[in-house]
Ligand binder design. Structure first.
Ligand code: NAD
Ligand code: AKB
Length: 309
């Protein structure tokens, strides 16, 4: 029987690619999209709905007989810093609405992404471990730490099968990022192909964990498709792709577009980036559900330039 899958935040950077990835899986499921803004995924049913509107969400769960949920609606780090109150509501109350309704309607599995932003200045920067201190500096990071705890609470107390990974900065060509600190690593490619000088809002040596979108979509499917007993961590798993700084990615792009130029004008996002890890240790994800990333920086750059052109 076909599953009825609800994807919230379906018009976002991950949402657009995740919905399409289900289509590529031979329409094995009914996809129901939900967002504030309708995307171009006309082949899927869409609900314009605020994640804070519990009654409307309730009616969607009921009407669509939802079996599985991918909850992506959120405010990312930079956007959250600029609108703290709304970010708090969307990231916390929105998640709580989804968790409560998932229990009420006996949802089989829920996916919710956390972030490397759970780590703060006092965490070890290199190969940051799964159980490193999580004292984030940003309001976004705080909502992610509390979100992880809330997920674990629902797992322990209501047996809700919720699964999560801590994504690093995501880079893909099919959708644009929605207000994060790692957005520069997507934006840079659009300037490069237009041969425009790129103004980078982070310093050239700001090393951050990153991941190709193909790897991240695969991570979502892999963690959701494994046996429940394999999932030993019910807060969120560290997962790692590769690490680079703006100068590294600029140098890699220059191998293809020699005339490309960059300037560095760090803004408030620099502080967020500096509070995050340089690289991530993902031993537990490898051990528990065989996680392995496929893309290094050279492959990310090649794939982005080929596809954007
Ligand atoms: P995005 O900003 O691109 O998309 C979020 C979507 O949520 C948008 O389409 C927006 O319209 C929608 N939304 C916002 N407020 C809403 C509301 N009140 N009701 C309904 N919809 C609402 O974000 P994304 O990059 O796709 O991220 C999805 C999730 O993954 C978030 O939880 C984010 O923290 C997490 N994540 C993303 C990255 C990344 O690099 N993209 C990294 C780590 C974690
Ligand atoms: C952001 O920069 O806010 C996101 C993230 C790492 O959570 N890309």
């Amino acid at each position: 029987m076909k599953k009825n899958i609800l994807i919230t935040g379906s018009n976002g950077q991950i949402g657009k690619e995740l919905t399409e990835s289900f289509k590529e899986k031979n329409n094995a499921s009914n996809i129901i999209c939900l967002d504030l803004i309708k995307g171009k995924q006309n082949h899927f049913k869409f609900y314009k709905c605020n994640i804070l509107d519990y009654e409307k969400l309730n009616s969607i769960f009921k009407k669509e007989k939802i079996n599985e949920v991918y909850h992506l609606a959120a405010y990312l780090s930079a956007k959250a810093e600029n609108n703290m109150n709304l970010a708090w509501k969307v990231n916390m109350d929105g998640l709580q609405n989804i968790l409560e309704l998932s229990v009420k309607y006996n949802i089989k599995k829920v996916f919710w992404p956390s972030s490397i932003a759970v780590f703060g200045e006092d965490a070890t920067k290199t190969k940051t471990k799964q159980n490193e201190k999580t004292n984030p500096n940003s309001i976004y990071g705080i909502t992610k730490v509390l979100g992880e705890r809330l997920c674990e609470f629902f797992f322990k107390n209501y047996k809700l099968d919720i699964r999560s990974v801590r994504f690093p900065g995501l880079i893909g060509h099919k959708s644009m990022p929605g207000g994060g600190t790692t957005d520069y690593a997507v934006d840079i490619f659009y300037s490069a192909v237009k041969k425009e000088k790129f103004s980078c809002f982070l310093k050239e040596n700001t090393l951050l964990p990153m991941m190709h979108m193909d790897d991240s979509i695969r991570a979502i499917h892999e963690i959701m498709n494994c046996e429940s007993k394999q999932i030993k961590i019910r807060t969120s798993y560290n997962i790692s792709g590769c690490s680079f700084n703006p100068k590294n990615i600029f140098d890699e792009i220059k191998k293809y577009i020699n005339e490309f130029k960059i300037t560095y004008k760090p803004d408030f996002r620099q502080n967020l980036a500096e509070s995050w890890p340089n690289s991530i240790d993902d031993t537990e994800a490898k051990k528990d559900w065989n996680w392995k990333s496929n893309y290094k920086i050279s492959e990310i750059v090649k794939s982005m330039l080929e596809n954007i052109k």
